[in-house]
Design a protein around this ligand. Structure first.
Ligand SMILES: [Zn+2]
Length: 111
């Protein structure tokens, strides 16, 4: 298996940790996250350091989606678009179970 390709599955606990820390000071969240990891990169798959470079939804692997996060001007961790959830997203295929922040999409694939 090539290094760097299999991003995702192993980092779900990290992503859940980051999502649970929305509204908290980034410096504290960051040091705690780093202490759980062997490398920092996966943190920044989800977290952008400013709103302009942030994405609303991050896809990890085939069908796992997570909220894009960013650090605001007061250094607080924020969700880019809080209106997106497992009810607003549409699955892209029939064969996979699509999840958002670990929760299955409620919409079915529309053939
Ligand atoms: Zn599929």
């Amino acid at each position: 298996m090539r290094k760097g390709i299999q991003r995702g599955l192993d980092y779900t606990p990290l992503f859940r940790f980051l999502l649970a820390k929305v509204g908290c000071p980034w410096n504290e969240v960051h040091s705690e996250a780093v202490s759980r990891l062997d490398k920092k990169d996966p943190i920044h798959w989800l977290v952008a350091m400013d709103y302009e470079s942030a994405e609303e939804v991050i896809r990890v692997g085939e069908s796992s989606y997570f909220s894009g996060l960013y650090v605001d001007e007061k250094r607080i961790l924020r969700i880019v678009n809080p209106d997106i959830d497992e009810n607003t997203l549409e699955p892209l295929c029939k064969c996979c179970t699509h999840t958002f922040n670990g929760i299955p999409f409620t919409q079915k694939y529309d053939e």
